[in-house]
Design a protein around this ligand. Sequence first.
Ligand code: GLA
Length: 725
Amino acid sequence: MAVSVKDNIFSLETRNTLYQMKADEFGVLYHLWYGAKTGCSMDYLLDYPDVGFSGNPYDAGNRRNYSLDTLPLEYAGSGAGDFRIPAISVTHGDGSTALDLRFREYRLTKGKYSIPGLPAVYAGEDEAETLEIVLKDKASDVEVILKYGILEEADVITRSAVVTNKGSDAVVLNRVHSLCMDIPGGDWEWVHFHGRHNMERQAERMPLIHGIQESGSGRGTSSHQQNPGVLLCEKSCGENTGFCMGAVLMYSGGFQAQAEKDQLDQVRFVMGIHPGSFSWTLAPGESFYTPEAVLSCSGEGMAVLSQRFHHVIRNHVCRGKYKLGPRPVLINNWEATYFHFDQQKILDIARQASELGIDMMVLDDGWFGERDTDCSGLGDWFVNENKLQGGLQNLIAQVNGMGMKFGLWFEPEAVSEESRLYREHPEWAIRIPGRKPVRGRYQLLLDLSNPEVVDYLYHVLSKILGENHIEYVKWDMNRSFCDWYSAVLPRERQGEAPHRYILGLYGLLERLTRDFPEILFEGCSGGGGRFDAGMLYYCPQIWCSDDTDAHERTFIQYGTSFFYPVSAVGSHVSAVPNHQTGRSASLKTRGIVAMAGSFGYELDLNCLTDGEKEEVSRQVREYKEYQELIYDGKYYRLSNPFEDGMSAWSWVSEDRSRVLVHGVVFRAVPNSLRRRLKLSGLDKQAKYKVSDSGEVYTGAALMEGGILLPWLHGDDAAFELYLTR
Ligand code: GLA
């Protein structure tokens, strides 16, 4: 059993980690430990200082040293003597806001719990256990069930909470985090992934200072600006040494992750739905389910932590036919044509692609309605006959005739004011009556908190997908949310609209992925604006960024790799000069960088020289040859592009017999020594042969001394090494 309970101490053990809690004599639930297995109870570390201005619960009598403000709590209430950031805050029927949660009981079951209406890690009966800990606020009868999924082999703990109003008055939830834990003092550092459109997931690491460090999104999406994945690590933690823990929230809406270093240098860490755009009314008897946070930790540095997340996301989050197997190499027409294409143009691109070994033609934005620019047409999901004269079926038949699959772009959640749909149903768009809405990329969003809208989208999309041989869908979403208001919610429930939207979105995706299990869904939001584990439950890959510049991509993909597996990263070779930056990386470099993902091309292949076409066909063959190693191998970051002037990464097969090393050196330097690159994850005792040169070195030498990189010419030059044991 992964969970043992003794003297009200809960020990959740995975292969390499221990997560421990304790309910004390007052029913206060402590967080004792998350880290290496210790083989004992960690409550000996508890301390009870008498700290001035940290009050004492009434039931602790005269124990001045017993304070909720200083104890390491597992799920902090609010307004009851703990002044740190709460996990949950509520407003009761009488307007008061205190919530003092105490332990009631626990339940242990086999298998992994699921969450109604929300994506969650799944596992077989024998792969996971579920622990439920029931807490209650006695005065109000608000009950909180903390749920823990323990995936022993995967070294993963999941958390979520269910809040039930067992009282007789309505209660308003103002914040309900999925995860809360108090970590003992230490020099913790915080790593998060910030950015913007075309520049997502830039890794940033900083020491925690006293007060609150936050990473979050109030944009209604997980966002380009911050990602719902953060790490806390010891100062000394690096790729291959030191302790770190990470958490990702399986949620695609606004989120908040906070770490507060308190007066005693302890750290409280919380994560969940962003409370800034959330409130939820619980009538008597009603329950609220939080999204799930997925946790892992490693005592061997960040590489192992990332590998654990890659494993759990690939095996226990992604679903469907394409979850583990190879994905088709695709050609997308967006950067080749933007809105300016017709059937002939698309067929020309497809034909050339098929000759070079590419598997699938993806028709991007502009195929529907009156969509000749981004000012109009969204919502009108019927073919634009001016561009596609024979309709979709005719086009698809011709693409299929070339031996290629066909994929299609949609932006189902959006609507243009210039559209038939908006003229018929202006009330379906999110906007506040009496106010002009904010437009983003000229468009509005549909109110997916309205079941009628969700049903409509389901029927329109099912019809197109059912009537045409479409084998891939790119599900895009191109703006941030504001003007929150839903015509179907009463005044006191307007604060529920953002979360109800996400529930509507997930419900729609669930129905479509269930009905069309053969279709590969790729998520997208202006590139990687909704790159999160929630979307990965429905779409096993997500377009990583609208920035296809190979140099920039190495930074974006570096940040993405901390939590998300390579198979989740949509990555394409595009034309030079690059459309986002004007840079001109070689075709080799563009290929090497795009191969660290679900690979494809996004340019007019007919514009390439014969030599370049040959190189493309060689790249496609190479990718297919290595795809299994790239998806299933252990991924290592071999450099930090922000510090090392280069980006290098590798994949090592599970049995450590095959190693593929890829990288890009940013700047050519004259009169210099060759660069030395230390490899990771090899078998120290074994000998490895470098395939091009035939040289043989021990694993220990390659990891300790490194390997000399070949001479490289020009800026952003790529290299590739393949080693076998
Ligand atoms: C977004 C996507 C792009 C492309 C365009 C089409 O920006 O990220 O890949 O599909 O929309 O409008």
